[in-house]
Write a new protein. Structure first.
Length: 450
């Protein structure tokens, strides 16, 4: 499968030499931990591992080197390939259909349940039981993304947290206090005072037909007390809560609080809008923090990462995880399990987190007190955000079928199209919600084979 130059740099095999990788002393020693060294089991052959680029080449290299070190210590040829996230799901699906899947795969979103439902993944319950108590234990909120029918099919390797980025200097300019707004109404009030088109806008909401728009409108709906489905898992987007969230978007758009080019934004545009001082508030994972820490300390000093503001129903951020699975088509399942066990030691994942620069947050609770995180107050709210997180399938049970249906709706951009109905087509919030309900029902029916 062809990859770009960026991916070639992220491709690492067991002969790769990584120079000057801080924090790898202990990690390299841990990578050597393998059953072969205990005499209980010997490994051979090769393993191919696929992952998603971590937004830093250093992070990809450290992770690949950990795998290579384990392979060297255990007689296994290990190749790690980091692929772009934009088409990762499609590349994986193509590999599955072609019967050429890698041995170990980083699952993003809810791909674990999707492939578990197809009976393509190895049951990793025993492996999970061996690592779940390390580092103070894993966040309970991550488990619904990797477990089905009482079995664990993937091992969480990071916590995916979306936050509000807020300009503290602009907040202080309006309120006199250097703190982020706690409610959507407070955010809107500040946004009105600081918006100065075309130089500066208050709310950098993504309105393009892209995944970020899907996620951001869902967070708004949850904040106003709504959900995507009902308790039975049936589509339930056409509600007063959705109309309330869409009314906010409509008002923000008509009043010029959102950048005028937002309907054409891609998933990187809100990052760029904040990083270029265009937007006072945006919603994004911690990749913006990593960029600012490396490139703009002045803006970083005026920035905070805060929980998604509360609406009429509260603050319910969406969280997820990227995780490690083993395909049952692998010819080296035992080695694959041993590799995952090695790289999931707390010291190992922390070494990777530090190179990724905060975009990947710990799965182990005790790691949040590590110096890297303790020295960065920008992450102080993350544990609370995780504890208050609400899955996309709330209030239903996250069954494989429901996750497949939600994934189908996501791929069809049902939520983003609802936003576009408002800002591009001029639909009323009520009409946009009704149209989204119809699209959601169609997507669910198609995914269920109806």
């Amino acid at each position: 499968m062809g990859t770009t130059t960026r991916n070639d740099k992220a491709r690492t095999n067991r002969r790769t030499v990584l120079k000057g990788a801080a924090g790898l002393g202990a990690a390299a020693a841990l990578a050597g931990r393998g059953v072969r060294k205990t005499g209980a089991q010997e490994f051979s052959g090769r393993l191919t591992v696929w992952g998603v680029v971590s937004f830093t080449e250093e992070g990809d290299e450290v992770l690949g080197q950990q795998m290579a070190d384990w392979g060297d210590a255990n007689g296994v040829e290990v190749e790690y390939v980091a692929l772009p996230g934009s088409d990762y799901t499609t590349k994986l699906a193509t590999a599955v259909e072609a019967g050429s899947v890698p041995d170990v795969v980083m699952m993003i979103g809810d791909l674990t349940l999707f492939y578990a439902d197809q009976d393509r993944l190895v049951d990793l319950t025993e492996l999970y039981d061996n690592v779940k108590t390390l580092g103070g234990g894993m966040w309970d909120a991550l488990l619904p993304h990797v477990q089905a029918d009482g079995k664990t099919y993937s091992i969480p390797m990071q916590t995916d947290v979306s936050v509000m980025y807020a300009r503290l200097d602009l907040c202080e300019q309006v309120t006199g206090v250097r703190e982020a707004p706690k409610t959507l109404d407070e955010m809107e009030a500040i946004a009105r005072e600081v918006t100065e088109p075309p130089r500066q806008f208050g709310i950098g909401l993504t309105c393009g037909r892209v995944p970020d728009a899907n996620g951001q409108i869902i967070q708004l709906i949850l904040a106003d007390g709504g959900s995507i489905v009902d308790e039975s898992g049936a589509p339930a987007i056409n509600t007063e809560a959705t109309i309330s969230a869409l009314t906010r978007v409509e008002r923000w758009w008509k009043d010029g609080l959102i950048p005028q080019d937002s309907p054409a934004w891609d998933d990187s545009s809100n990052n760029k809008s904040y990083q270029s001082y265009q937007s006072a508030f945006v919603f994004n994972p911690a990749s913006i923090f990593a960029f600012l820490e490396a490139n703009d300390p002045d803006l970083l000093a005026e920035t905070t990462q805060a929980p998604f503001p509360a609406g009429t129903g509260g603050s319910f951020p969406t969280i997820g995880t990227w995780s490690w699975s083993v395909f049952n088509a692998s010819e080296n399942v035992d080695a694959a399990k041993a590799l995952i066990t090695a790289i999931m030691q707390p010291e190992m994942v922390q070494a990777v987190y530090e190179k990724v620069g905060g975009r990947w947050y710990p799965v182990y609770k005790d790691l949040v007190t590590a110096p890297f995180w303790a020295e960065r107050p920008f992450f102080n709210e993350f544990p609370t955000i995780i504890e208050n997180g609400r899955p996309l399938w709330f209030p239903a049970e996250g069954t494989p079928q429901l996750l497949t249906q939600l994934s189908a709706a996501d791929q069809k951009f049902v939520m983003a199209d609802m936003v576009q109905d408002i800002v591009v087509n001029g639909a009323t919030p009520a009409d946009a919600a009704a149209a989204a309900q119809t699209r959601l029902e169609q997507a669910f029916a198609e995914a269920a084979g109806a």
